[in-house]
Write a protein that binds this ligand. Structure first.
Ligand SMILES: C[S@@+](CC[C@H](N)C(=O)[O-])C[C@H]1O[C@@H](n2cnc3c(N)ncnc32)[C@H](O)[C@@H]1O
Length: 312
């Protein structure tokens, strides 16, 4: 039987297995996916899938600068990493999702993280992304207190205050030994290590993305999918590997969190899911997100153009 296909905005969703649908994928820009980890014995969806077929096809349909970002854990995850390397993919980064809660309360060690590895087929470059200050420091009260102290001591003297005002008005980063400032040029970008200016800059422009992303789950227990991933986490990974307008492939879609993240960030999405109940949930969530954007074009620049491009 042919897999069922639903088109919602610029997302294409298949009810069917990865094995049934992957042959029809002609070209996508990147893969972001969260496959069955093959260790949760109590979940009927955590079943073997054709690893060789998946990775060989990824090599076929990705461009040289395409990325594959993969969630996983334990033996199967290390095997997938090795398969990617054996096929010639280049390792770029490893991201740890610090979940801020424990998902395996009965294990000797409370498990509070998930791992994501990022490979490129050949030449992909990880994008720079700055995260709003309060989002990046949400769980770092000590860091916020230190930043407040730094700014307090700077504005307590006229020269420090003037330096901050000048930076905010002109973008000039002051430099000089007497300012406790070290100018460093890394990959053509000049960084000034003056703590007070760096702090003001972080508050204004955000903080560079980190390899550990601390984020509490956005969903309520039992809500949508037992291994649902936060939409915001996916948005942050997408920002590292792709650009608006790119097409993202997710053959293990579950409840469609990555599809929602694609809509929120202006990417196109192709997903597949083998279980009808999760497929329906994914369709519902993706449709709600798409309609929300279409009905509020002032809040989501570019949505009208995207809708017109798919004939809506
Ligand atoms: C880890 S979950 C993905 C959860 C998803 N990231 C979310 O946020 O909801 C993996 C999903 O892949 C589905 N699945 C398992 N084997 C599959 C296969 N061979 N083809 C397509 N889907 C499959 C399972 O039913 C499950 O919903």
């Amino acid at each position: 039987m042919k897999p069922r296909k639903e088109i919602i905005g610029d997302c294409t969703l298949y009810l069917g297995t990865m094995e049934e649908t992957i042959g029809g994928i002609e070209r996508v820009d990147h893969v972001l996916t969260d496959p069955p980890y093959l260790y949760i014995k109590t979940h009927d969806f955590d079943r073997e899938w054709d690893e060789q077929l998946f990775f060989e096809n990824a090599k076929r349909f990705l461009p040289d600068d395409g990325f594959i970002a993969l969630f996983g854990r334990g033996t199967s995850f290390y095997r997938w990493n090795t398969r990617l390397a054996d096929l010639g993919f280049a390792f770029k980064e490893e991201i740890v999702w610090d979940k801020r809660f424990c998902s395996s309360p009965v294990t000797p060690i409370s498990r509070t993280h998930e791992t994501i590895s990022i490979y490129t087929k050949k030449s992909g470059k990880i994008r720079k992304n700055r995260i709003p200050y309060l989002e990046q420091k949400k769980y770092d009260t000590d860091g916020i207190v230190n930043d407040i102290k730094r700014i307090k001591s700077a504005i307590n003297n006229e020269a420090g205050l003037n330096r901050i005002i000048d930076f905010l008005k002109t973008g000039n980063i002051p430099y000089g030994e007497s300012l406790n400032c070290h100018k460093v040029t890394i990959a053509k970008e000049t960084v000034c290590k003056n703590p007070e200016i760096m702090t003001v800059r972080a508050i204004r422009d955000g903080i560079k993305e980190k390899s550990v992303i601390a984020l509490f789950k956005s969903h309520v227990k039992g809500n949508v999918h037992p291994t649902e991933k936060p939409v915001r986490l996916a948005e942050r990974i997408l920002a590292l590997i792709s650009d608006p307008g790119d097409t993202i492939y997710d053959p293990f879609m579950g409840s469609g969190s990555f599809g929602v993240a694609c809509i929120n960030t202006g990417r196109k999405y192709i997903g597949s899911e083998m279980k009808p109940e999760y497929f329906e949930t994914a369709c519902k969530r993706i449709e709600e997100s798409w309609n929300k954007q279409k009905n509020q074009p002032e809040l989501f620049p570019g949505t009208a153009e995207r809708a017109a491009a798919v004939g809506e």
